[in-house]
Design a protein around this ligand. Structure first.
Ligand code: FAD
Ligand code: MLT
Ligand code: ZN
Length: 512
């Protein structure tokens, strides 16, 4: 890669997007925001950060990078809000990758009330989309704690899940059309917004969840829903994970399609919120009797109302539930009360509270949504974003907890997640006082191996909603069927024969 070919490409990129929208280290720019992944685990080195302002400019940037080959071994890393959890949106350390940031493509193009769709640029921040819908009396149900900065393009690129999947599905289920710049720099306008279209392969589904490895999503048409008359939130304390499952069954029975959220939180996960955000009031929270600031090492093992290891009188598990109702708040409250009474009678809930107003509901959700941030404040951790058939989750947790505690005594299990759709964040924090860097370097691989071995036995997934990125790229071949993997490689080769799009993420493609 010669200096001359680099400066030729940079000049061409500047011609396309404008002088101010190509950032390079050579010009003294600080590229950290684009080069460092959200968890701060890895920092790459970008050849440049390019910020196109239109779909046409995105197409020309891709054409320019393709044309620079083979003299320059450049490739492209699409980036939205850079909130991804698997190091998928940041460049590697080679200094040959262009980060293509979509954040200037941030317009809401059209809200079609009759068709119940909204069409937006891919760089539109999720929260903006939600707010635009709300202004027009609609709900855009995708909801993640990162919604203030993640983009719809990134949500589609990762097929994000979040807290409303139990009712509305993943981002894939919400998408009715895409506009994509292909790896050849063509523009595919698939923004039809049709609910029925059987004219062959559904191309949109190839790009959704492809993590920027097949093309660049520049626009999307998404489903919207009538804003429910009432959205009520409850917070419940439970004696075990089995009880949480029982509550889930009762919630489906009593609320039917009104059940829009069902999140579980283990006690240690909440103790991290309590420790790092003490201003938040956690219902039914009792201080463990251990020293302040020293949360108990593990969530209580599943399998009944086992007393807490360090004598906390709090419950081992908590659930946040949401009931969305199209009739009235009174109707929603009456339904919730009947559900919680039935749950208490059945012994699966020991305490429960229903938010009285929006502020209280937000506060309850905020507790749940603060767990990833509290974990980050506590230090380095090992994440397992797994899914298992919902019915088997208690058995999975009991078995994996026991195996982990035996092999990694002192490791602190942070168990929480989207129980309603079988997705657990089964994360592990280093033992207290332990050198965290050493913990990560030495324990991450064996710990992943242990957890994923059980996931395989339970026929689960090693990535429920965060994707593969570069973090799990070595793991994928160990857990995906060779036939499925072969098909994925063939799709990648067919759509991106130059291997221009986000190499080093999702699939090993060096030999393409
Ligand atoms: P980025 O991080 O920028 O990119 C993610 C991937 O998508 C990369 O591979 C990138 O190359 C690709 N990509 C980005 N834009 C495009 C595009 N326009 N075209 C093609 N490919 C593209 N995720 C969940 O699923 N559920 C959660 O509940 C959840 N909660 C979170 C909470 C917090 C506090 C944080 C920090 C993250 C959370 N995430 C969650 C992870 C993350 O927010 C999601 O993966 C989100 O969808 C990423 O969007 P982004 O715009 O930040 O994408
Ligand atoms: C969540 O559900 O909070 C997220 O997916 C983030 C995480 O796993 O930390
Ligand atoms: Zn999640």
């Amino acid at each position: 890669m010669t200096a001359e070919s680099i400066s030729r490409l940079i000049a061409e990129l500047r011609r396309i997007v404008g002088q101010n929208h190509v950032l390079t280290q050579d010009d003294g720019e600080d590229l950290r925001a684009w080069e460092l992944d959200w968890r701060g685990r890895e920092r790459g080195k970008a050849l440049a950060v390019v910020r196109p302002g239109s779909t046409q400019e995105v197409a020309e940037v891709v054409q320019a990078c393709a044309a620079a080959r083979p003299a320059l071994h450049v490739s492209i890393v699409p980036q939205g809000g850079n909130t991804g959890m698997v190091v998928g949106s940041t460049p590697d350390t080679s200094g040959t990758q262009v980060v293509l940031s979509l954040t200037r493509l941030n317009k809401v193009r059209q809200l079609d009330a009759g068709n119940m769709t909204i069409t937006v640029d891919a760089g539109c921040v999720l929260q903006t989309l939600q707010e635009e819908c709300e202004k027009a009396g609609f709900l855009f149900p995708l909801s993640l704690a990162s919604e203030g900065s993640c983009t719809i393009g990134g949500n589609l690129g990762t097929n994000a899940g979040g807290t409303q999947v139990v009712r509305y599905g993943n981002t894939r289920e919400l998408c009715l059309g895409l506009e994509v710049v292909t790896a050849q720099g063509e523009i595919w306008d698939g923004l039809l917004g049709l609910r029925k279209d059987n004219t062959g392969y559904d191309l949109r589904h190839l790009f959704i969840g492809s993590e920027g490895t097949l093309g660049i999503i520049t626009g999307a048409t998404m489903k919207i829903y009538p804003m429910p008359k009432s959205q009520l939130t409850a917070f419940a304390a439970l004696p075990s994970l089995e009880a949480a499952l029982q509550l889930l069954g009762l919630a489906h029975e009593h609320l039917s399609a009104g059940l829009t959220g069902f999140e579980v939180m283990g006690q240690f996960a909440l103790s991290l919120v309590h420790k790092h955000f003490p201003q938040q009031r956690i219902p039914f929270w009792h201080e463990p009797r251990s020293a302040p600031g020293r949360p108990k090492p593990t969530d209580a093992p599943s399998g009944g109302s086992e007393p807490h290891a360090v004598g906390s009188v709090g419950a081992p598990y908590f659930v946040v539930l949401e009931n969305s109702d199209n009739e009235s708040e009174e109707h929603a409250r009456a339904q919730f009360e009947r559900l919680l009474e039935a749950a208490m009678e059945a012994g699966c809930v020991t305490d429960a509270v229903v938010a009285e107003n929006l502020a209280q509901a937000k506060a309850l959700w905020h507790i749940r949504e603060s767990i990833p941030l509290a974990q980050a404040q506590e230090g380095l951790n090992i994440k397992h974003d797994i899914s298992i058939n919902v019915s088997r989750i208690p058995a999975f947790v009991a078995e994996t907890n026991a195996l982990l505690m035996k092999k990694f005594p002192g490791a602190r299990l942070v168990t929480y997640g989207h129980l309603g759709d079988g997705n657990l964040h089964y994360n592990v924090q280093a033992p207290e006082g332990e050198d965290q860097k050493r913990f990560l370097a030495e324990e991450e691989a064996p710990m992943n191996a242990l957890v994923y071995e059980v996931v395989d036995r339970y026929r689960g997934s090693i990535s429920a909603e965060h994707g593969i990125g570069s973090l799990k790229i070595d793991k994928l071949p160990e857990h995906k069927s060779p036939v499925a993997l072969g098909l994925m490689h063939r799709i990648k080769r067919a759509l991106d024969p130059l291997n221009l799009m986000n190499p080093g993420k999702l699939l090993h493609t060096e030999n393409h």
